[in-house]
Design a protein around this ligand. Structure first.
Ligand SMILES: C[S@@+](CC[C@H](N)C(=O)[O-])C[C@H]1O[C@@H](n2cnc3c(N)ncnc32)[C@H](O)[C@@H]1O
Length: 296
């Protein structure tokens, strides 16, 4: 098999995996058998490239990986209620967060004295950072279990943060009450973006700043998901496949001028948590979408 053939075969496997994944996701199991059986055939063409030892080592790696765990999909509420127990322990190992957080803090600049909403604050990752930096912070999240951890950390640090339980589409705040809203790693769980952006627009003062971050749509398309593992089960949280244009349109329609758009890729920033060969596997893939806008 020549390297040119290998490249053609892997392209085909990639494309057919994507087809199979999308068909299975919409329960078209019967049609999904077509790309699946083609994948099996293509994989067989690659097999002669590898020694028995290499194949055995790969089989052992797969056995340890998520793909060998029982997949269970949870809705947003169930998912984050369960994930809350380990979310903070995994933050330092979360590649999206490692890439995203410094960019967001840089985009926010000096927050001292500013009124900031951490929208879908979870366990308070940004709320605590921003309050420590001198901002007046409110946090809101729909999952009570996530808020338990946010409040415990607030109480342990003595910071003054107002946490609320509620939905982003119905914010319990008065008009123009914030200088900035940060909404991190949330919106791909929201089927309808418009009501949420409308609420962000309403609670921000004119000139106020909105920063949203999310899984890059490309990653979701190729099958990356919000996932956490417990024993032999991989729990996935349901996602919607918004495109970048969906975020931009909903944001503009809600009254924001787009100021910045970042497509943060996998690169050496992940050396802190991934071995180099793992980074090479993914280098250049856009992992996080970050959009900053100003309330007109
Ligand atoms: C991946 S966590 C992110 C938490 C935090 N922003 C962070 O970056 O660490 C997603 C959070 O969004 C919350 N969430 C999702 N949809 C929401 C909605 N419509 N309203 C309020 N919270 C929501 C979930 O409860 C969960 O805590």
């Amino acid at each position: 098999v020549t390297s040119d053939q290998i490249s053609k075969i892997t392209n085909s496997i990639f494309s057919k995996s994507l087809q199979a994944r999308r068909l299975l996701a919409r329960n078209d199991d019967k049609i999904a058998r077509l790309p699946l059986v083609e994948i099996v055939t293509l994989v067989d063409m690659l097999k002669p490239l590898f020694s028995a030892a290499e194949l055995a080592a790969a089989a052992a790696r797969v056995k340890r990986s998520r793909s060998d765990k029982k997949p269970v999909e949870l809705n947003r509420q169930q998912g984050y209620a369960l994930w809350s127990e380990t979310y903070d322990a995994e933050v330092d190992k979360n590649p999206l967060i490692l890439i995203e957080e410094p960019v967001v803090l840089d985009l926010l600049g000096n927050v001292a004295g500013k009124k900031i909403l951490d929208a879908a604050c979870g366990t308070g990752r940004y709320a605590l950072r921003l309050a420590q930096a001198g901002a007046h912070v409110c946090g809101i999240d729909a999952t009570a279990e996530m808020l338990v951890y946010a409040k415990a950390k607030r109480d342990a640090t003595g910071l003054n943060i107002d946490f609320h339980e509620g939905d982003l589409a119905q914010l319990p705040f008065t008009d123009a009450s914030f200088d900035a809203v940060v909404c991190a790693l949330v919106l791909s769980h929201a089927p309808d973006l418009s009501p949420i952006f409308n609420e962000f627009s309403r609670v921000l003062r004119p000139g106020g700043r909105l920063i949203i971050t999310d899984f890059h749509p490309y990653c979701l398309q190729i099958g990356w998901r919000a996932v956490f593992v417990r024993e032999d089960t991989a729990f996935f949280i349901e996602n919607c496949n918004h495109l970048t244009q969906d975020y931009l349109r909903a944001m503009s329609k809600a009254g924001f001028a787009i100021q910045d758009l970042r497509e943060e890729i996998i690169d050496d920033r992940l050396l802190a948590i991934w071995p180099p060969e793992e980074i090479e596997r993914y280098r250049g893939i856009p992992a996080v979408l970050i959009i900053a806008g100003e309330r007109i």
